[in-house]
Design a protein around this ligand. Structure first.
Ligand SMILES: [Zn+2]
Length: 319
């Protein structure tokens, strides 16, 4: 049985990335468009339906969506996705399936990325791994005993809200000192903006602050960028100390937009992790095989789940 092509969509807090994925699971270069966060859930559904429409071919058999939020397993209902402005249940899978006439599977973006690394990427052939996705926000996919952990309420892997600075900066989640407040593109942008106004006692400057890529490009000649990046790497390393103590992973994979910095991220994070572990060797810290495309690759894998189920039904009927 030949597996069809699928369309994979990673709906991020900043951009939507979509690719046509062939039978081997590797996506074409993604189409990127800004996420219409201000337009509410309907605008996001429209944008996804439109981009799938431009990519699909007559051979397209299914669609997979990766979403940064709480996804009800098996139903395609997004319970909550703060970075997308979704605060009430949104039946994203059923609504898109209706519009597109294709099966649509929805998965938490970080669990999708974890699956991508586990099946095709940097965590292949290991049963225990941590896949950190540092983008607009910060989370981690936890592979334990060969399975991606979901938790009781689908909220496992909220790595970004591990407190790493006692009494530290406020986080959007309501806690203080969370890793995400320091080691995410959103956190870096906010911290840079708060510290760089012409008069820091005055009102906050209106400029949105640099993107992660802009900040990294300034590391050589901007002391503030350098200081905030170093703090981000230490925060990430501290959160990984806690994770390593709890899970003893074979490998830690760094993915998401921040991982595009390469060794500028991996080297200081490795050092911070080693610094925090007195009693054991740190697990290896490697860069994602897919960078900021791990979510798209994972969405392509979950898209195939209903096709595989249908295939098994055909096989068992024939057998
Ligand atoms: Zn938090």
């Amino acid at each position: 049985v030949v597996l069809a092509e699928v369309v994979a969509v990673d709906i991020g807090g900043t951009s939507i990335k979509a690719s046509l994925v062939g039978p081997r699971g590797l996506p074409s270069a993604p189409v990127r468009l800004p996420t219409p966060v201000g337009g509410g859930p309907a605008a996001i559904v429209d944008a996804v339906a439109r981009v799938v429409g431009t990519l699909r071919t007559p051979g397209t058999g299914a669609v997979g969506c990766a979403v940064p939020g709480v996804v009800e397993p098996g139903t395609g209902v997004v319970r909550r996705a703060a970075n997308l402005g979704i605060v009430d249940d949104l039946p994203l899978g059923p609504v898109l399936a209706d519009r597109l006439g294709l099966p649509v599977t929805v998965e938490h973006d970080v669990r999708a990325a974890c699956r991508a690394e586990s099946e095709l990427g940097a965590a292949r052939s290991v049963g225990d791994a941590v896949v950190v996705v540092a983008g607009t926000g910060l989370a981690a996919g936890l592979l334990v005993g060969g399975r991606v952990v979901t938790g009781t309420r689908g909220a496992a892997g909220e790595f970004g809200h591990v407190p790493v600075v006692p009494g530290g900066e406020p986080c959007a989640c309501g806690q203080r000192g969370c890793a995400e407040a320091y080691a995410s593109a959103g956190g870096l942008r906010r911290r840079y903006r708060d510290r760089s106004g012409p008069d820091r006692s005055g009102p906050a400057p209106s400029a949105p602050g640099p993107t992660a890529a802009e900040l990294v490009s300034r590391l050589d000649d901007d002391p503030l960028a350098r200081a905030l990046w170093a703090e981000a790497c230490v925060a990430l390393g501290r959160a990984l100390v806690a994770t390593t103590a709890l899970l003893d992973p074979a490998v830690i994979v760094l993915a998401g937009g921040l991982s595009l910095a390469g060794p500028l991220l991996a080297d200081p994070v490795r050092a911070a992790l080693a610094d925090g572990l007195a009693w054991r060797e740190p697990p290896p810290v490697v860069l994602s095989a897919f960078g900021d495309r791990a979510g798209v690759v994972g969405a392509g894998l979950v898209a195939r789940d209903p096709l595989r189920t249908a295939e098994r039904r055909v096989v068992s009927r024939c057998g």
